[in-house]
Design a protein around this ligand. Structure first.
Ligand SMILES: Nc1nc2c(ncn2[C@@H]2O[C@H](COP(=O)(O)OP(=O)(O)O)[C@@H](O)[C@H]2O)c(=O)[nH]1
Ligand SMILES: [Mg+2]
Length: 184
């Protein structure tokens, strides 16, 4: 058995169907790539550590439209969102903007969004225009070759080192209490 205790930080992988979210989680947690991975139903969960040793729980959401109504539940209380964009698909900036706005509705200002472009081992890159629109750092990753996966989680770890996990939990509990008060 591993020495993992309960995760202190919540990481959520999101992005459209089949962009490579589950593959990214698999590469980071198991250092494996499965060409024939099956699509995620609902969400998958994995407990692991960042390279600097912080306990994290990663939620791998299902990107299919029919599961969109579930996303707010996963975003809530997240410390980090990894927003995945497929390098082999045409970059739809208005869709990305809409997704980011939706994420912001269900997270707090201290939730950080990391942008991961996926499948960078593929030659037909179609995301050249992305950098004009995204001000944050973009991680050009490949779960197939492992490129930039460690770098992404290293930076996530460094970000988490500077925030307090319990603040978020307290807020969530207070929110629940308020709701209960209204119901009596
Ligand atoms: N070439 C390449 N294919 C990838 C990569 N990551 C995922 N894929 C493929 O893309 C498809 C969808 O991947 P998956 O991780 O299930 O996407 P999800 O629906 O976002 O979880 C699968 O056929 C994967 O093998 C990558 O880094 N490189
Ligand atoms: Mg998946």
């Amino acid at each position: 058995m591993g020495d993992y205790s309960l995760p202190n930080y919540k990481i959520v992988l999101t992005g459209e169907y089949s962009v490579g979210k589950s593959s990214l989680m698999c590469r980071y947690t198991k250092n494996r790539f499965d060409e024939n991975s099956v699509s995620t139903i609902g969400a998958a969960f994995s407990v692991t550590k960042t390279p600097n040793g912080l306990n994290i729980g990663i939620w791998d959401t299902a990107g299919h439209e029919r599961y969109n109504s579930l996303l707010p539940l996963y975003f809530r209380g997240a410390h980090v969102i990894i927003y995945c964009i497929d390098s082999t698909r045409n970059c739809d900036i208005s869709k990305i903007n809409k997704d980011i706005e939706n994420i912001k509705l269900d997270t707090t200002i201290s939730t950080k969004i990391f942008f991961a472009v996926t499948k960078c081992d593929e030659k037909n890159r179609k995301i050249e225009s992305l950098e004009t629109y995204v001000n944050d750092k973009i991680y050009y990753t490949s779960s197939k070759t492992g490129t930039n996966i460690q770098e992404l989680f290293t930076d996530i770890g460094l970000y988490l080192e500077n925030i307090k996990p319990e603040i978020k939990e307290t807020l969530a509990v207070e929110h629940e209490k308020k709701k209960k008060c209204c119901n009596v």
